[in-house]
Design a protein around this ligand. Structure first.
Ligand SMILES: C[C@@H](NC(=O)[C@@H](C)NC(=O)CCCC[C@H](NC(=O)C[NH3+])C(=O)[O-])C(=O)O
Length: 351
């Protein structure tokens, strides 16, 4: 079934609303076969007053989790990892509960506590304390396992960055190769994602990029420029840098079956509802959203200091959309930006 044309005017209106709630800038790019639609609003750099443009790179946060999942599921297809084996079979140091499986980590059902809850309880002090720090996977896992599990393994969905840090540790322990190499060799190079990189623990973004601006908990205070950081607190859970075109190519390739064998893609896209209305779901490192027009799109959201991202595609990968607002710690902006999905896939103004 063909989708209605994207409502570019509605996307621009969503951007303007996001700016009215404090985002310095926003961008959305929609790709459908040879066609692309571009909307850029506000500023990429508020000091230099550089206008936003849709080609700029940015920190994609948890969209990184989908990249990590593709690497892991390729290892499953290669027979190196068993989805339903205990994660401890593949880790250098054991998690506290043998019942936690690789699948539990990929679907946020392990129960492992999310250490970022404490790390960023006070937003700016928490960020300043870690922005130049380099953590090992084990240091982050230890922060989590110092607290009890949220739930018995498999018993519930409870989103946790710890799950995808543990998956990064699994990838490196099983293969002896850094995740950066796997991302590049298995995804970035084959898909020619020339604006996508994993440069942890380097703090700078190369090429042309949007600066990110973190809102303080005291919202009367000025935004904090949070562009430069190691993102070592997230790594395989959130440290990828990309741009809208590359994210669209990635999700289109993924859902059209160009990155995983059919069996692994089916595992990844077997979605479990995570909201009472059933409109939001999670598979393996993949979010599902059923929109106002009934279309379900697949992708991921991202939140890293100064950057909100939405990156989604249709079930056949034919139409993809990536949106960025270059602020964070601002729930209204995050929710507002999500309305680009309806405008892009339902062709309606979400209002
Ligand atoms: C939810 C999102 N998750 C991610 O992208 C991961 C990598 N980010 C986080 O867990 C947020 C850390 C705090 C951000 C900070 N917030 C605070 O410091 C709040 N006190 C900020 O907003 O920049 C996703 O999966 O879509």
């Amino acid at each position: 079934p063909s989708l209605p044309a994207p409502d570019v005017a509605a996307v621009a209106a969503v951007h303007r609303t996001a700016l009215s709630h404090g985002a310095p800038g926003a961008l959305t790019r929609i790709d459908e076969g040879p066609r692309s639609y571009h909307v850029a609003t506000g500023e990429a750099d508020t000091a230099a007053h550089t206008p936003m443009d849709t080609g700029r790179r940015f920190r994609v946060g948890s969209v990184s989790k989908t990249f990590t999942t593709v690497v892991l599921l390729q290892l499953v297809a290669e027979g190196k990892v068993d989805l339903d084996a205990p994660a401890n079979r593949y880790l250098p140091e054991p998690l506290p509960d043998e019942r936690i499986t690789v699948r539990h980590l990929l679907s946020h059902r392990s129960g492992l506590y999310d250490y970022t809850n404490d790390m960023f309880h006070n937003t700016v002090p928490g960020f300043e304390a870690v922005r130049n720090k380099v953590f090992s996977y084990q240091e982050l896992i230890d922060l989590s396992t110092a607290k009890p599990l949220n739930n018995a393994p498999g018993a519930a969905y409870s989103y946790s960055n710890t799950n995808f840090v543990a998956l990064g540790a699994i990838i490196e322990h099983v293969t002896g190769t850094p995740v950066a190499t796997h991302y590049r060799q298995r995804i970035f190079t084959p898909l020619r994602l020339r604006n996508t990189s994993y440069v942890h623990p380097r703090t700078t973004i190369s090429g042309t990029y949007a600066r990110g601006y973190l809102r303080q908990d005291d919202t009367t205070l000025p935004l904090v420029d949070s562009t430069e950081q190691t993102v070592s607190w997230a790594q395989s859970a959130g440290a990828v840098i990309s741009n809208a075109r590359d994210l669209n190519r990635f999700f289109s390739a993924l859902l059209s079956g160009r990155l995983l064998p059919e069996e692994q893609l089916r595992e990844m896209t077997t979605m479990v509802p995570v909201t009472a209305d059933g409109k939001q779901s999670y598979g393996l490192g993949l979010r599902g959203r059923t929109l106002s027009c009934g279309t379900t799109v697949y992708g991921h959201t991202g939140t890293v200091q100064g950057y909100y991202t939405y990156a989604f595609t249709t079930s056949d990968g034919r139409r993809s959309m990536a949106s960025l607002a270059n602020t964070s710690n601002n729930g209204t902006v995050n929710t507002t930006l999500g309305a680009t999905l309806d405008a892009s896939f339902c062709g309606t103004d979400p209002a």
